[in-house]
Design a binder for this molecule. Structure first.
Ligand SMILES: NC(=O)c1ccc[n+]([C@@H]2O[C@H](COP(=O)([O-])OP(=O)(O)OC[C@H]3O[C@@H](n4cnc5c(N)ncnc54)[C@H](OP(=O)(O)O)[C@@H]3O)[C@@H](O)[C@H]2O)c1
Length: 292
């Protein structure tokens, strides 16, 4: 039997690469990304596709005719999104329109990866039905993208996730950044009044695989469910690798000047995923043990 064709956008990113590794044995994976393939995880096919280009999206989608599309492409630097809003708009919001003709006509399963930053962070422990109210441009664009999908698509799954971490030596991610700074004895000011539910990238890719098999549609929150301040998250990483956590200095959102406003508590309640998808998140300490 022919394998189903799964197209992944942003496949050189942290999640995109993990998806390639996770899905390649059971699906025909068409990995796409900006520029050449930079991943060590190979897939059945790699094609350049800029999600902000209508022409490129039409050409690739209609040529390869995937029955599943996983949208892991995004401009993910929150401060850059605030500074360079036009670029953020094109990639994180308007690119939805570049997929619509195919989504509406062919009705593939469209899995879109969204963010905890659609919430304002005043409440925390957000469930899927809570009212989004983003406080920065990144969150605003990601929410508008969700709205386009909700309005026009039928077979969609929107996954809202939070602070993704994992092993990925060949490109920047939060875990590498913390490790590298501490190894170089660089002092780090880390906020203790912003709370997240960090997400192990392997868990996220695995649950996407399950969503495909189970054909589950709708909105799901996916994270570890373990609420941690960013300060505690960083200290846990430092201790796990035997690095000097005295270099991690506590600060707060008022004194730590970030270009884009950050929501305080965007912890995600993952009960729906646990009940419906039988999602089993990995705790931070276990995840760090697995990847080190
Ligand atoms: N990272 C987090 O903590 C976090 C938290 C919540 C939600 N999310 C969401 O999770 C998803 C995956 O994030 P991630 O952590 O894997 O981010 P990532 O490592 O930054 O990967 C994003 C990928 O998208 C690519 N990309 C950027 N612009 C593009 C364009 N115009 N066309 C095609 N590809 C483009 C990037 O290309 P380059 O390789 O050239 O950079 C990169 O490979 C995103 O939707 C993000 O918004 C992430």
């Amino acid at each position: 039997m022919d394998k189903s064709k799964v197209l992944i956008t942003g496949s050189n990113g942290l999640l995109g690469q993990q998806l390639r590794q996770q899905l390649s044995s059971n699906f025909f994976v068409i990995a796409t990304g900006i520029g050449p393939d930079t991943s060590k995880f190979k897939s059945d096919k790699y094609v350049e596709m800029d999600v902000s280009s209508f022409d490129q999206c039409q050409k690739v989608l209609y040529k390869y005719a995937p029955s599943v599309i996983i949208n892991a492409a995004a401009m993910t630097n929150v401060d850059d999104c605030e500074r360079i809003q036009k670029r953020c708009y094109n990639i994180n919001l308007n690119s939805a329109n570049n997929f619509l003709p195919y989504l509406v006509e062919k009705k593939p399963h469209f899995i879109h990866v969204s963010t905890d930053f659609v919430f304002n962070g005043y409440k925390g422990s957000y469930i899927e039905e809570d009212k989004p109210d983003p406080i920065n441009y990144y969150g605003f664009c990601k929410l508008q993208y969700e709205k386009i999908i909700l309005k026009h698509c039928v077979n969609f799954t929107i996954i809202r996730t939070s602070l993704i971490y994992g092993l990925n030596d060949d490109r920047y991610n939060f875990l590498n950044w913390v490790k590298e700074n501490l190894i170089k004895n660089i002092k780090m000011n880390i906020v203790s009044d912003q709370f997240r539910t960090p997400t192990f990238v392997n868990d996220l890719a695995l649950v996407i695989n399950d969503i495909l098999y189970m054909k589950k549609y709708g909105v799901f929150h996916i994270s570890s469910g373990e609420k941690l301040s960013i300060f505690d998250f960083v200290c846990n990483i430092a201790r796990h690798y035997g690095l000097n956590d005295d270099l991690v200095k506590k600060t707060n959102s008022t004194s730590f000047n970030q270009f884009a406003k950050r929501p305080l508590d965007t912890s995600l309640n993952i009960d729906k995923a646990i009940n419906i998808l039988k999602f089993k998140p990995t705790k931070l300490t276990n995840a760090l043990t697995k990847i080190s």
